[in-house]
Write a protein that binds this ligand. Sequence first.
Ligand SMILES: C[S@@+](CC[C@H](N)C(=O)[O-])C[C@H]1O[C@@H](n2cnc3c(N)ncnc32)[C@H](O)[C@@H]1O
Length: 152
Amino acid sequence: MRLALFQPAIPQNVGACIRLSACFGVSLHIIEPTGFTFDDRAMKRAALDYGPLSHMTRHAGWDAFQEARGPGRLVLFTTKGATPLTDFAFRPDDTLLFGSEPSGAPDDVHAAADARVVIPIRPEARSLNLAVSAGIGLFEALRQTGLRRGGR
Ligand SMILES: C[S@@+](CC[C@H](N)C(=O)[O-])C[C@H]1O[C@@H](n2cnc3c(N)ncnc32)[C@H](O)[C@@H]1O
C-alpha cells in the first residue's frame, strides 16, 4: 500500500501525511510541483518529529511518478463519479492517489486511474480536507488488506 499526493499546495497537509505514512508504515509519494518548498516550517511543524519514520519520495512530475511507481493499481480518491469507499475492495499493492487542494486531480489523471473512489459525505458539502481524506482512505485500505501494528 502506498500513498501519493498530486501537486499538493498546502504544507500542513503534506506534514500530516508524512505523519500518516510514519504511523502506518506506508510510503508517501509527492508528485511535484508543490505549492511550497520542502524546508517549509509549517510542513515540518505538522510532521512533528515523524520525518525519519516516514518513507517519502518526491517525483518531478506526473510522468516521472508513473514511470517510477511500480506494479499495482492506481486508486484515485475523487469527488467525481466514483465508487463509494464502502463498496470498494482494496488490494495490498494499491497506490492511493489524492488530488491537490484547490482543484483536485486533472482529467488526464482521472483517465489514468485504474479505479476512482469517493468517501461519502453529505450532499450539501463539497469535499473533505486532503489529509483527512488520506487518513480515512488509508485506514480503510489497511483494514481490508490486513492492518497490523508496527508497519507493513
Ligand atoms: C480539498 S480536496 C479538492 C477539492 C476539489 N475542489 C475537488 O472537488 O476535487 C483535495 C483532495 O482530497 C480528496 N478528497 C476530498 N474529499 C473527498 C471525498 N469526499 N472523496 C474522495 N476524495 C476526497 C481528493 O483526492 C481531492 O482531490
